[in-house]
Design a protein around this ligand. Structure first.
Ligand code: URA
Length: 217
């Protein structure tokens, strides 16, 4: 199922920065080592974080430089929560926290039932004030969309209202399912690949992100 540019839903944003695209090509390579894969995912996390925070509102605050008193911009408004879906979402986390060290972290444990491909929750821990924060859900692969849909539903149930979904590679099937389930949640991805295979893997994709990141295959 290939998706043409005209079929991409309006709230799906492509991160087309050359550095991200370059590193995405490197990370797709089957010969990439585990440590290099993890490092690249971290770096891409930092770069994507830079892109998705571009629209955060600013306010002018009073400061004093060694030479003068001025009004200078600082980020205002809601504070951030990074919410990696375990386990592959963790790959983005350190890179993002390096840019926004004060962000809080919510962990969402979901695994894919290998037969039904449905998401099953086994862990959830989020900051208690999540309703007042902007939540970025992290998962490198938006495949069937089941995990992403379930993770966002769990966050909404706990009060989160302002949510973005961040991935590295999305399948057309996952995008359509996710945007139908959560039309209020914008998606950020570096690539929209061709299709899902019969095992729910994205083609051409990069294989199993968790296994490649942690060397568990
Ligand atoms: N999860 C992965 O890690 N890779 C895929 O291709 C699909 C889901």
């Amino acid at each position: 199922m290939t998706m043409t540019v005209n079929e991409i839903p309006a709230n799906v944003h492509l991160v087309d920065h050359p550095l991200v695209q370059h590193k995405l090509t490197l990370i797709r390579d089957v010969k990439r080592s585990t440590s290099n894969f993890r490092q690249l995912l971290n770096e891409i996390g930092t770069l994507i974080c830079y892109e998705i925070t571009r629209e955060l509102p600013l306010e002018l605050v009073d400061i004093e430089t060694p030479l003068a008193k001025i009004k200078s911009p600082m980020i205002s408004g809601k504070k951030l929560v990074f919410a990696p879906i375990l386990r592959a979402g963790v790959g983005f986390l350190d890179g993002m926290l390096s840019l926004v060290p004060s962000a809080r972290v919510a962990h969402i444990g979901l695994y894919r039932d290998p037969k039904t491909l449905e998401a099953v929750e086994y862990y959830f821990k989020a900051p208690s004030d999540i309703a007042d924060r902007l939540t970025m859900v992290l998962d490198p692969m938006l495949a069937t969309g089941h995990s992403a849909i379930a993770a966002v539903a769990q966050l909404k149930k706990r009060g989160a209202r302002d949510i973005r979904f961040i991935c590295l590679i999305a399948a057309p099937e996952g995008i359509l399912a996710f945007c139908e389930a959560h039309p209020d949640v914008p998606v950020w991805t570096a690539a929209i690949d061709d299709h899902l295979n019969d095992h729910g893997y994205i083609v051409p994709g990069l294989g199993d992100a968790g296994d490649r990141m942690f060397g568990t295959k």
